[in-house]
Write a protein that binds this ligand. Sequence first.
Ligand code: ZN
Length: 319
Amino acid sequence: MPEPNYAVELSPPDIEPYRSGNTGVEYVTTFDSGIAGPHVLVTALTHGNEICGAIALDLLFRAGLRPRQGKLTLAFDNVAAYRNFDPRVPVASRFVDEDFNRLWAPATLDGSRQSTELTRARTLRPIVEAADFLLDIHSMQYATAPLMLAGTRDKSVALARRVGIPELIMCDAGHAAGPRMRDYGGFDDPASSKTALLIESGQHWERRAAEVATDVMLRFLIAVGTLSRDDAQVLAGPDFDAHPRQRIIQVTEAITITSDNFEFAQDFRGLEVLSPKGTLIGRDSGREILTPYDECVLIMPSRRLAKGQTAVRLGRFVS
Ligand SMILES: [Zn+2]
């Protein structure tokens, strides 16, 4: 399969000014309005090579925006991986030892296993637990339309609709390899009002991803009451005033790789709609993976085809 070679159009910002922060946790800063209101957390660099989120947070810091109510916490997550970012081999800095975004189960966090990412996740855990709302900013391997990942709870879909961008909202339960930060604790509990969203802003290194990340962040902060529209206007990009008709993709399953020999049948990039039912998606050590229904949407096919990891998620448009 030919590998697309995307130019690195974005420059990783210097986050050293944010190292000391004010929370006792490096690269985590909290602004407290002193007025009652929700504690809102925006995170970047959950994956160290996804630099659009760091750009959005850097812009927010430098604009000097402060919460109108409640608290606003800004966090750079996998800084150890980010430090390894090299524009000549930009995929190499996704993580140091393991995926930071597959560790968010109490048993994993409380367990005895050690890794660079587990240490950082354990340090950030109380920060995540303190948040009423979370926006985690990511980007994708292929240049496809941005996706808001709303997990499995109606409250997250409702918040995604209040944010209003991007056009596509995806409802999914994550990965067999382990839970994501956005699914942790109260975020995935229907009885809790805590709500999390994860934005896949576009291809990792395209300029457009930073624009999407910034506008989604601003619209999220307006939706939860942290910023006024006038406050946020100073950083507004091309999507700040957009009102697309939002569509929901319900994910029905994740295809988890079971062998050391998985290959896709075509050069899928994501958001292809395959018909009819029974269309070949790929082969896992020769075993055919077929679409389980008509008009099956392929979501974020992976270029890292390793055993135990998600190859692709399957879903259907439900609205
Ligand atoms: Zn990511």
